[in-house]
Design a protein around this ligand. Structure first.
Ligand SMILES: [Zn+2]
Ligand SMILES: [Zn+2]
Length: 153
């Protein structure tokens, strides 16, 4: 994680009258110290490994703040819970492919898709602000072996 992200985070906290605390530093690490798409509960767990005093309420409040200030994107993949995506700062136009079986999330970027979306927006008289492409399919392992979910004995 680079220093400008930390600075943005600190500024986001300050704009809400909040200070950088060890708990909020742990949350930052749990969210943006990874490229993984995590749920709020997974973020809570990761943050508590760094600082056991992190509370659920602080995690939820901080995630909302991070989404509102553009550090983090809430990702609705059509499941019962939402993921938080830390990769939008570096790759603002990336999309997701999700395996129907193991639910693994693969990211991709495609310039032509981008061009195509701009074209559609123009045709509809819009200026494109953001877009979200979600594809679902069968991952390599599922195709090859018929199953890709880890079986626990
Ligand atoms: Zn992503
Ligand atoms: Zn799979």
């Amino acid at each position: 994680m680079n220093e400008s992200v930390r600075t943005k985070y600190r500024e986001a906290l300050q704009s809400q009258g909040a200070r950088m605390t060890p708990q909020r530093a742990a949350i930052l690490e749990a969210v943006l110290g990874t490229t993984e798409h995590r749920t709020a509960d997974e973020i809570l767990e990761a943050a508590q490994k760094i600082d056991p005093t992190v509370s659920r309420a602080t995690v939820y409040r901080t995630l909302t703040l991070m989404v509102e200030t553009g550090l983090l994107r809430r990702l609705d993949l059509g499941r019962d819970f939402t993921y938080f995506d830390p990769n939008y700062l570096e790759k603002p136009n990336h999309s997701h492919m999700i395996c129907l079986d193991c639910q693994k999330i693969f990211e991709f970027e495609e310039k032509e898709l981008d061009v195509c979306e701009d074209k559609i927006a123009r045709q509809l008289g819009f200026e494109r602000a953001s877009s979200f492409v979600r594809m679902e399919g069968r991952c390599q392992r599922l195709k090859k072996t018929g199953s890709c979910v880890e079986k626990t004995a």
